[in-house]
Write a protein that binds this ligand. Structure first.
Ligand code: FE2
Length: 459
């Protein structure tokens, strides 16, 4: 009897695998062909980053057509009366199934802290307009930055309004942080959309980012779109197989560490990033440690759980007293500030935040670990950092204050977190239209029961 059952299982297995592949093939393996594109002869998609010391350097990248192999950057001081420096860049041609573009990259050095500079770039004879940026003051340990989750917008989408609102709230932000999935898929048109929405900000405010799954081509082993490296000039201090994808930046009193969570596709790649993370945490002398990664350790979305990320990284976050872990991917908002630091015998652990800026909305899984949850809205976040505190504020699409907390740390390293969030509002907890459309009456009832239960424990 037993052997018959075994035989049946073995016979059914290939059928089961075939059915799963049939349904999941598109999700896991299919890359839609890239529509044809022609880049402009004038410089486009200009982006400011830094890969060296943020107090005396900036990197600028831009794109153009392949007719010119020489890129030029001209820079001068704020009065336009001082010395003008010229930097040159040989093009890097990136070919895809839809076309080819030339990418240029310049590292500007010997800048002065506290100064404002003007710059413009050229593809051969074609010049951009003049833009400006400011270098932060070395005396100033207080600064702000903007944090945005998945953009993943449609063409002619809505995320740009969030970029503008966030930027208008913190026009002097030291940088804009993207948590991955800035594009829907690795196509020129989606990169174009990202820059169309945010390009005016990216030319003035440096960008830092962590890669998401949508910047990768699908496949058994996924591959990062080459244009990621061309647009984002980041420090080359990551693990050898993840250079430019995982890295860390030191800004004032903060070390920001980016992990490439989508690059964790094999056990060796997981261990390589873990080993590197440990060494980076060990060498940290900054007061604040912020880890950024596309996939969250504590998921907000219904039915998702990235337990392998907790297995890999949570103990290190605890051991080295990481303050804040910022993530995306779930297309809903969640904040957990009562996750204990198991290494310090239940003392305050990191605060974990998941957010998104996308019009694509997923439903909430009502984890008791979450102190604050939201679906049905796009969000943007502002962080104000000083020597004593990190103040975190999250806003809904219409600019309403939705969530806030402050992490305080005294001179001995003792940490407390205060909650400044307004009361949870049911309107942000209700199931999305998509969930209602695609779910049975019983599933919707279950959702509502979970929502009520969670609300009771939180309010
Ligand atoms: Fe994602």
């Amino acid at each position: 009897m037993k052997s018959t059952r075994k035989k049946l299982i073995w016979l059914a297995l290939p059928f089961l695998i075939a059915v799963i592949l049939w349904f999941k093939w598109g999700n896991w393996f299919f890359n839609p062909p890239e529509p044809a594109y022609i880049p402009t002869s004038t410089p486009s998609r200009i982006m400011l980053t830094w890969s060296g010391n943020p107090l005396n350097s900036r990197d600028v990248t831009w794109e153009g057509d392949t007719a010119t192999h020489l890129g030029i950057l001209q820079i001068t001081n704020s009065s336009f009366k001082g010395d003008t420096s010229i930097y040159q860049s040989r093009s890097k041609i990136i070919k895809t199934s839809g076309g080819a573009s030339a990418f240029f990259k310049v590292g500007i050095i010997n800048l002065k802290a506290g100064e404002t500079y003007h710059y413009r770039v050229a593809n051969g004879p074609y010049w951009s307009e003049w833009y400006y940026f400011r270098i932060g003051s070395s005396q100033d340990s207080t600064y702000s930055f903007i944090y945005l989750g998945d953009v993943q917008d449609s063409i002619n989408g809505t995320s740009g309004k969030l970029f503008t609102k966030a930027y208008e709230s913190r026009p002097n932000a030291a940088f804009m942080l993207f948590i991955g999935d800035m594009i829907e898929r690795p196509h020129d048109a989606y990169w174009g959309e990202f820059f169309r929405e945010g390009g005016a900000i990216f030319r003035t405010t440096p960008v830092i980012a962590s890669p998401g799954n949508h910047e990768y081509y699908k496949g058994l082993f996924q591959k990062l779109d080459e244009r990621w490296m061309a647009h984002f000039s980041f420090p080359q201090n990551g693990p050898p197989d993840f250079l430019g994808r995982a890295c860390f930046w030191d800004y004032q009193n903060t070390r920001i560490i980016s992990l490439d969570s989508n690059g964790i596709q094999t056990i060796p790649s997981a261990l390589e990033q873990r080993k590197w993370l440990k060494s980076v945490l060990e060498s940290t002398h900054q007061k604040w440690i912020i880890v950024i990664m596309h996939h969250p350790l504590y998921s907000t979305s219904r039915g998702r759980d990235y337990f392998y990320l907790r297995t890999l990284f949570k103990s290190l976050f605890d051991q080295y007293n990481v303050d804040l872990v910022l993530a995306g991917h779930d297309h809903a908002y969640g904040r957990a500030m009562h996750i204990p630091n198991s290494n310090l015998k239940n003392k305050q652990g990191a605060v974990y935040v998941v957010t998104h800026a996308s019009p694509k909305l997923y439903d909430i899984g009502f984890s008791v670990k979450m102190d604050k949850l939201a679906s049905n809205t796009q969000m943007y976040q502002l962080l104000d950092v000083s020597n004593d505190s990190i103040k975190f504020s999250a806003f809904t699409f219409d600019g309403s204050f939705f969530d806030g907390f402050t992490i305080h740390k005294d001179a001995t390293g003792k940490k407390t977190v205060t909650d400044q969030a307004p009361k949870n509002s049911s309107s942000f907890l209700r199931p999305t239209k998509g969930f209602i459309k695609g779910s049975s009456k019983k599933e919707i009832e279950k959702y509502n029961q979970e929502m009520e239960r969670w609300e009771k424990t939180r309010n």
